[in-house]
Design a protein around this ligand. Structure first.
Ligand code: XUL
Ligand code: CO
Length: 444
């Protein structure tokens, strides 16, 4: 143990720094596409993708499920004092961040420090670990993409946190978010996330939805103001999800959250953190929720993972679907990037992936899939007529009466008169197969 109370030995001695080796390498522990220094357009891959590691899945989740115990053992989980545990875990986490070469990480307050038996003790635990994390950030150069508060695990939150019908629970949620904001500011976090864990209902029959939604808005305005007061200059993010653990979650999908933020006067400070698996659960595609957020000027960050279309739950697989990632990166590139957001691997290895090395393999898979997606997306945008084809579909609105319609200077009577004058429109093919063919032709 060092004077800081942590070990000096490695937790993953069998695995070294993961390097870029190119598509032809046969090494498992190497990147085939993610070359952090490679320029793509006017930015490096590292600056485009802004990868972050999710503390909760990678260092806390042992693979337990409702049917059985965990299948992975973490070396830091063997200490009886939860604070010792947290310190060793932090050391293991920074070793992992450095070896995998991720520039960022993300955490919930309770991932990095255990809850104490009082508000004051919980805060003290968090502050102690935050002070250590600050040192590790300094020595490794790894930065905090976002912090958040876990307002869903403790039994007190069973009926919600800021939407709980009991005001005393709302106060506890406030205490936790206050401390998590302070931790985020102390660590230079570039964003702060609100995922509405149990902000929703188990049944509408006992729920005053209107009141609960207004409480959530009030709570978020208070959190926003407190963050700004203590110097948080980053972006607040809401992460949409339609269900699980609640039957219905108020932050259902991008469109719902955009409407809520506008309704509650939060649209200037908040953006969205869109997660692939959550979009799928809402019955959308990943691209749909990304595009809806981007079109509102609110695509702030991404939780990069992959749902299973055969399953109605949050599987959080590591992203391996190249097609999905190409489409996602096309949307990101067209909005000019994600910064100060990034791509956070809110993903877990399968329960059956029980070796320590599986965590490295899974991250390499996710990073390479997005890196390859980025290269292909950039190539399509730069060198194909994809965007032009899409724009051409709307060319009838670019001039003349179509343009007059768009700028609001036509009436219903005008539309009727034009329909009469111009007669039956000629059929115009949507050419979806051509777009699909074009994307496939760029997967090289
Ligand atoms: C849960 C989920 C969370 C958030 C952070 O589905 O995605 O881990 O990303 O609270
Ligand atoms: Co998430």
């Amino acid at each position: 143990m060092t004077s800081k109370g942590v070990t000096t030995s490695e937790f993953f001695p069998e695995i070294g720094k993961i390097n870029y080796e190119g598509p032809d390498t046969d090494h498992v522990f190497a990147f085939r596409y993610y070359d952090e220094h490679r320029m793509v357009g006017n930015k490096t891959m590292k600056d485009h993708l802004r990868f972050a590691i999710a503390y909760w899945h990678s260092f806390c989740n042992t693979g337990s499920d409702p049917f059985g115990a965990g299948t992975r053992e973490f070396p830091w989980d063997k200490y009886s004092d939860p604070m010792d545990n947290a310190k060793y875990k932090l050391e293991g986490a920074f070793e992992f961040f450095t070896k995998i070469g991720a520039p960022y990480y993300c955490f919930h307050d309770r991932d990095i420090a255990p809850e104490g038996n009082s508000v004051a003790q919980s805060e003290k635990n968090l502050q102690e670990i935050v002070a250590m994390a600050k040192e590790y950030q300094k020595t490794t150069g790894v930065k905090l993409l976002w912090g958040t508060a876990n307002l869903f695990s403790h039994p007190r939150y069973m009926n919600g946190a800021s939407t709980n019908p009991d005001f005393q629970v709302v106060c506890h949620a406030g205490a936790q978010v206050k401390a998590a904001l302070e931790a985020t500011v102390e660590l230079g976090g570039e964003n702060y996330v609100f995922w509405g864990g149990r902000e929703g209902y188990a049944s509408l029959i006992n729920t005053n939805m209107k009141r609960e939604l207004n409480h959530m808005g009030q709570f978020l305005r208070m959190a926003r103001d407190y963050g700004r007061k203590i110097g948080f200059k980053g972006v607040y993010l809401i992460e949409p999800k339609p269900a699980e653990p609640s039957k219905h979650q108020y932050d259902f999908d991008s469109a719902t959250v955009i409407g809520f933020l506008r309704d509650q006067g939060l649209a200037d400070d908040f953006k969205l953190n869109v997660e692939q698996n959550h979009a799928i659960l809402a019955g959308h595609t990943f691209a749909h929720d990304l595009q809806a957020a981007a079109d509102a000027g609110m695509l702030g960050s991404i939780d990069a993972n992959m749902g299973d279309v055969q399953n109605g739950w949050d599987t959080d697989y590591f992203p391996s679907d190249l097609y999905d990632c190409i489409h996602a990166m096309m949307i990101v590139l067209q909005q000019g990037g994600l910064a100060p957001g990034g791509l956070n691997f809110d993903a877990k290895v399968r329960r059956t992936s029980s070796d320590a090395e599986d965590m490295f393999i899974a991250h390499i898979l996710g990073m390479d899939t997005f890196a390859r997606g980025l290269l292909i997306a950039q190539n399509i945008i730069e060198n194909s007529n994809f965007l032009q084809m899409k724009e051409n579909r709307y060319s009838s609105f670019d001039s003349g009466e179509g343009a007059a319609f768009e700028n609001g200077s036509l009436t219903m009577e005008d539309l009727k008169n034009l329909a009469e004058k111009n007669g039956e429109p000629k059929k115009t093919s949507g050419k979806i197969e051509l777009y699909e063919m074009l994307i496939n032709n760029y997967i090289r």
